[in-house]
Design a protein around this ligand. Structure first.
Ligand code: 5GP
Ligand code: ZN
Length: 132
């Protein structure tokens, strides 16, 4: 059984922020920034992309509610909401979860940078993505 299934089953303790019949929200043990929270479906599914739509809808709905509570109660100025999919993207626990990482200032412990590529054929990429 994976570690998040164990947390869902209360075999491993966690700081639970919210719980209902299908979703659990807990503090991430790493606390990348203060209030770093994980929104986890109770049913085991590997990642965002293979999560059944009805479960995904519940996860995103709880994420929005908890995200707003974190913003107002911890005085965050912004938030990174992240789903890592597979090891290449940094996923370490293969049980779907969304990270809510509140942002306080530019030196708050997280930095996300995205490069801009040159000379890319956007039309070609678009056509590849939309083909059946
Ligand atoms: P991933 O890298 O898979 O997107 O994120 C996994 C997250 O789970 C990490 O941020 C890590 O700190 C957190 N984590 C790992 N083990 C535990 C645990 O036992 N309890 C809690 N609350 N968080 C955990
Ligand atoms: Zn699991």
């Amino acid at each position: 059984m994976c570690i998040f299934c164990k947390i869902v089953n209360k075999d491993i303790p966690a700081h639970i922020i919210y719980e209902d019949e299908s979703v659990l929200a807990i503090l991430d043990i790493s606390q990348t920034t203060i209030g770093h929270t994980l929104i986890i479906p109770k049913e085991h599914t590997e990642n965002f992309l293979d999560c059944p739509k009805e479960i995904l809808n519940k996860v995103t709905s709880v994420s929005q509610a908890i995200g707003n509570k974190i913003m107002s109660n911890l005085g965050a100025q912004g938030m990174n909401i992240i789903a890592n999919v597979n090891e290449i993207a940094g996923q370490t626990i293969m049980h779907f979860h969304l990270h809510l990482i509140p942002r306080y200032d530019s030196n708050d412990g997280i930095s996300i940078s995205m490069r801009s590529a040159d000379n890319i054929d956007l039309e070609n990429i678009k056509n590849k993505i939309i083909k059946d």
